[in-house]
Design a protein around this ligand. Structure first.
Ligand SMILES: [Zn+2]
Ligand SMILES: [Zn+2]
Length: 263
């Protein structure tokens, strides 16, 4: 599986992706808002974009579809329930569906509600495991739920799907938020040494060649995976004095998500 992360350099800090089959050169564009940049990368690599895969319907993810379809004739794939919100959708995807790219790449569709209620993450199991996580999960963070999502659904997605992936899984999110998210981690867990050292590593990094984290690293530096951490819970109690002695993971997640909204 060949992956090109395309930094859009826009105000939303979107990452777009091209995933290609090394044997056939067929490529799928994930959320190609910067369609011109994606087309330029494909041309440079000698790839043919045959599919567009939208993780969800927000404009900064589907806004490049019409121009990309016009330029390539690519089919538009997205969550089956997003068809009312994605006007040019060709194929609706359901949990467990497998999207093939050329001969060698297969992406499994994970139905991951929370940021929106019709959000797909794509999981490659063909060589190095990799997750294209859209706006469900970011480096060191979780998606917000203010654009049609639900925090309880996001929690379920985190515990029942994302947390179960292997530590080696590479994380390819829909936005570059790592610096700010690490600040949130350190605000919630000031003694997280790994978050502190990672912050120094990524500060001022070239976003055209951004660090790719793994799920194993996320477990260390992403507060939304650290729901039993004593420091996280102690800090949370300062904001929510009624928090029980042994709060359950769901309560911790929901309170963290609530704090992050105004942080
Ligand atoms: Zn979104
Ligand atoms: Zn987005």
């Amino acid at each position: 599986m060949l992956v090109e992360q395309v930094w859009t350099d826009n105000n939303y800090r979107n990452f777009n992706y091209l995933i290609a089959c090394p044997e056939t050169g067929e490529a799928t564009a994930i959320d190609p808002l910067a369609y011109d940049q994606c087309l330029a990368v494909a041309k440079d690599k000698g790839w043919e974009i045959t599919q567009i895969l939208n993780t969800h319907h927000h404009h900064d993810h589907i806004g490049g579809n019409p121009a990309m379809v016009k330029a390539t004739g690519a089919k538009v794939l997205a969550h089956a329930n997003a068809s009312d919100d994605i006007p040019d959708m060709d194929i609706g995807l359901n949990a467990g569906d497998v999207v093939k790219i050329g001969k060698t790449v297969e992406l499994e569709c994970l139905d991951t509600p929370g940021h929106t209620m019709s959000h797909m993450c794509l999981l490659s199991r063909t060589d190095v495991p990799a997750l294209f996580s859209g706006d469900t999960m970011f480096n060191a963070g979780a998606g917000n739920c203010t654009g049609g999502g639900h925090p309880e659904a996001l929690y379920d997605t985190f515990v029942s799907q994302l947390a179960k992936l292997s530590d080696a899984t590479l994380i390819y999110p829909g936005h570059d938020y790592i610096s700010n998210n690490l600040n949130f981690t350190l605000d919630r867990e000031p003694d997280n040494a790994r978050a502190l050292s990672l912050k120094a590593e990524v500060e001022g990094q070239d976003t055209n060649n951004a660090m790719v984290t793994s799920l194993g690293l996320e477990r260390e530096i992403n507060t939304f995976f650290r729901l039993r951490n004593p420091s996280v819970i102690a800090r949370l109690r300062e904001a929510f004095p009624d928090l029980p002695d042994q709060p359950d993971e769901k309560t911790v997640f929901l309170k963290l998500r609530e704090l992050r909204n105004d942080w």
